[in-house]
Design a protein around this ligand. Structure first.
Ligand code: RIB
Length: 309
C-alpha cells in the first residue's frame, strides 16, 4: 500500500426517508408507520462519514443535486472531516433519494431513486483522478454507474492505489472489474451473487472466498450479520466474531464497518485488529436510528473497545 495515509471514497449521496413500522407492508397492503424521519444517507456518503468520524484523511468523489437538501448534505459532510471539493453539484438534477422501511426487529427494506448519483460519469471520475492518484486507498460501492466504478479502479491500479470494493447493492460484476479489486467486503447475499456459493456455514464462506481469490482479489471479508466476518487473505481464512448489542436499526451498519475498517488499515493496524475496530463502530451504529446520524466518532469507538477489555 502507498504511504500517503489518504483515503478516496467514490460513491452515492442520498436523502433517506425512513418510516418505522411494526412489520413491512405486503403487496396491496397499507400500514401505519410509528415514526418518520429524513436523514442523510447513501452508501458512499455513509462510508465517507464513518471514515471521517473515525479519523481518516478522506476525500469524497460524488454528486448532489441542485437542491436545498444537496447543499445541506455537502455542508454536513465537510463538518464530518471530509474534503468535499470533489462533490459536484449537478445542474437541473435532484439529490438521490432512498425510501426506507424499518420494522420492529430493526431490519430494513430500501428502494432508491439515483437522481444526481447517476450523473457521476467516467468524465467526472477523470476530472477528479488526482484525488485517486493521491490516495493510498480507493473505497467504492455500487450505487454509482458501473462504468465509473471501473474507470476509477483502472486509475487506482495504474497508480498503486489499493482498491476496496463494498459490492452493495448486490449485483453480478465483470471479471475485468473484479481483477482490479484488492479487497472486497460483500455480505452473504452479495457474495452468493458474485460466486454462486450459498453461505450457511464457515465452510461455505471459505469456499466463496476462494472463488473471489481466483478472480484476483487478495483480501476477502464476507460479513455474516450477527456471526461476525469471514476474513480470508490469500486463502488463509478465519471468522472474527462481532460484539453483541441490542440493535434498534441496522441502516448503515455495513457502511460504518467499511469506513472504520479502512481508517484502521490506514493506521497500519493488523487486519484482525482493524476488523475488531470496525466491528465496534458498527455495533455502536446499530444501537442508534438512521444512517449518518448513527455513525460514531473516534472517541466513542475507543471507549466502546476499552469497555470490552
Ligand atoms: O447502506 C444504507 C444506505 O443504503 C442508506 O443510507 C440508503 O441511502 C441506501 O443507499
Amino acid at each position: 500500500m502507498k504511504n500517503t495515509g489518504k483515503l478516496a471514497v467514490l460513491g452515492s449521496i442520498n436523502a433517506d426517508h425512513i418510516l418505522s413500522l411494526a412489520q413491512f407492508p405486503r403487496p396491496g397492503e397499507t400500514v401505519l408507520g410509528t415514526q418518520y424521519q429524513v436523514a442523510f444517507g447513501g452508501k458512499g456518503a455513509n462510508q465517507a462519514v464513518a471514515a471521517g468520524r473515525s479519523g481518516a484523511d478522506v476525500s469524497f468523489i460524488a454528486c448532489v443535486g441542485e437542491d436545498n437538501i444537496g447543499g445541506h448534505i455537502r455542508q454536513q459532510l465537510a463538518k464530518d472531516h471530509i474534503n468535499v471539493a470533489p462533490v459536484e453539484v449537478v445542474a437541473g438534477e435532484s439529490t438521490g433519494v432512498a425510501l426506507i422501511f424499518v420494522n420492529a426487529e430493526g431490519e430494513n427494506s430500501i428502494a432508491i431513486h439515483a437522481g444526481a448519483n447517476a450523473a457521476l460519469t467516467p468524465a467526472i471520475v477523470e476530472k477528479h483522478q488526482q484525488t485517486i492518484v493521491d490516495a493510498a486507498v480507493l473505497l467504492m460501492q455500487l450505487e454509482s454507474p458501473l462504468d465509473s466504478v471501473l474507470a476509477a479502479a483502472k486509475i487506482a491500479r495504474q497508480h498503486q492505489t489499493r482498491v476496496v470494493l463494498n459490492p452493495a447493492p448486490a449485483t453480478s460484476l465483470s471479471d475485468e472489474l473484479l481483477a482490479l479489486v484488492d479487497m472486497i467486503t460483500p455480505n452473504e447475499t452479495e457474495a452468493e451473487i458474485l460466486t454462486g456459493v450459498r453461505i450457511t456455514s464457515d465452510e461455505d464462506a471459505a469456499h466463496a472466498a476462494s472463488v473471489l481469490h481466483e478472480k484476483g482479489i487478495a483480501s476477502v471479508l464476507i460479513t455474516l450479520g450477527h456471526r461476525g466476518v469471514w476474513l480470508s487473505e490469500n486463502g488463509d481464512g478465519q471468522r472474527i466474531a462481532g460484539f453483541k448489542v441490542k440493535a434498534v436499526d441496522t441502516i448503515a451498519a455495513g457502511d460504518t464497518f467499511n469506513g472504520a475498517l479502512i481508517t484502521a488499515l490506514l493506521e497500519d493496524k493488523p487486519m484482525d485488529q482493524a476488523v475488531r475496530f470496525a466491528h465496534a463502530a458498527a455495533a455502536i451504529a446499530v444501537t442508534r436510528p438512521g444512517a449518518q446520524p448513527s455513525v460514531p466518532w473516534r472517541d466513542e469507538i475507543d471507549s466502546f473497545l476499552l469497555q470490552q477489555e
